[in-house]
Design a protein around this ligand. Structure first.
Ligand code: FE2
Length: 387
């Protein structure tokens, strides 16, 4: 039995946790860089809540860097890092969905070391540079999906190279996560669905891949049960507080599961899709690919796929895992094809090559080690909707 863990993030979870930011931030200094998206946290009042809490704890100096976009780029990280250095900020607050949190963490690395964001992403051969310093980061998620608030990953896109890669390093953890389900109440239906499905894919891939970690598996198991029950409710009833609470919790523990066990081929195949087609949300790309990749993977780990099926409320048989996914996608409005979201059929070869060039390290942990023909075939099926 293997149980390895390292959990350097202090977590405050619960309704009202976001209002602790001022109290927590005082430990880290006097000047904050708040990293967030262009509009949503301003419109929902989340940004005001953060600023109010900072002010009431004597932190009057803060800058708002609101240039984070979905599928965030290395350019955005580099710009934020420049501001952090020039303005001599003491600490960084990431406020928003996965993109804002990932950028906040990456700014911490880039603003504290030499080089730029792309020097720290993990190609299969490893990153070009290894960081040795960071700035403290406080993560406050406003969606329930990414798990970035509790793990070491930042996913960054390079628009020129059309590559999406991950910074994965023990200095890339936030110091503190304030996980407040009340911030997710205003999420629209589509965003609830795509972010929630991201969390489900984290739990599914970490549970079924070849990495062993008994404790992390328990997190994945619990996350699947909770998401099976509460994601359709959160999509249908955005105001349902119980559903929002359990989804925030499930996303957090699924984020811990991937921190220890990683993901697998669904994520490896999704990243080139949203790198070439940035209008496709990460969770949407995962939703399109998940049934096909799962069907391909069944024979590599039938026991765990049977367990997944049971946790989703189906008969404990591996093949029922695919039905469980399809039914969930139908319920939350995400049963789509690559064609539906504008992927061009003649791009499939390029997407396949990119999986090999950028993510082939995930092939050996995938339940079934794929060939390039397998990957191409899976894209083709997901393009046509041929299950
Ligand atoms: Fe993900």
């Amino acid at each position: 039995m293997v149980v390895n863990f390292y959990r350097p993030v202090e977590v405050f979870f619960g309704e009202g946790a976001a209002d602790k930011v001022g109290e927590v931030a005082r430990r880290f200094g006097f000047k904050a860089l708040i990293v967030t998206g262009r509009e949503s946290t301003k419109m929902t009042g989340a940004l005001d809540r953060v600023v109010k809490s900072l002010n009431s704890h004597g932190i009057q100096e803060y800058l708002v860097f609101n240039e984070v976009v979905p599928n965030p780029t290395d350019k955005v990280v580099n710009k934020g890092a420049e501001i952090a250095v020039e303005e001599k900020v003491d600490f960084i607050i990431g406020l928003g969905g996965g993109s804002a949190l990932d950028v906040a963490k990456a700014i911490s690395i880039v603003s504290s070391n030499e080089g730029s964001a792309w020097d720290y992403v993990k190609y299969p051969e490893g990153p070009r540079l290894i960081p040795y310093l960071n700035r403290p980061v406080i993560c406050i998620p406003t969606t329930a999906g990414t798990g970035s608030e509790v793990n070491r990953y930042s996913v960054i896109t390079n628009e020129i190279r059309k590559e999406k890669l991950v910074i994965s390093h023990s200095l890339n953890y936030p110091k503190v996560a304030l996980i407040d389900p009340t911030l997710t109440y205003t999420m629209p239906r589509d965003l609830t669905a795509v972010t929630g499905f991201d969390a489900l894919t984290h739990a599914l891939e970490s549970l079924t891949n070849r990495v062993e970690n008994f404790m992390a598996e328990e997190y994945a198991v619990r996350a699947i049960q909770l998401i099976a029950k509460w994601l359709p409710v959160a999509v249908e009833e955005p105001e349902n507080r119980e559903a929002r609470r359990w989804m925030s919790y499930a996303a957090m523990i699924a984020g811990i599961a991937i921190d220890h066990m990683g993901v697998a081929l669904i994520h490896a195949m999704e990243h080139p899709v949203s790198a070439h087609y940035p209008h496709v949300a990460h969770g949407e790309g995962l939703a399109i690919l998940a049934p096909y990749v799962t069907e391909f993977n069944l024979k590599g780990n039938p026991k765990k796929y049977a367990l997944f099926a049971r946790l989703m409320g189906y008969e404990e048989k591996p093949e029922r895992a695919v039905d469980a996914l399809i039914d969930m996608l139908e319920k939350i409005g995400l049963l789509k094809t690559l064609k539906d979201v504008g992927v061009e059929e003649d791009k499939i070869d390029r997407l396949t090559e990119d999986v090999y060039m950028l993510s082939r390290h995930s092939f050996t942990v995938n339940p079934v080690e794929p060939t390039l023909d397998d990957v191409r075939d899976l894209y083709q099926k997901a393009y046509e909707g041929r299950i």
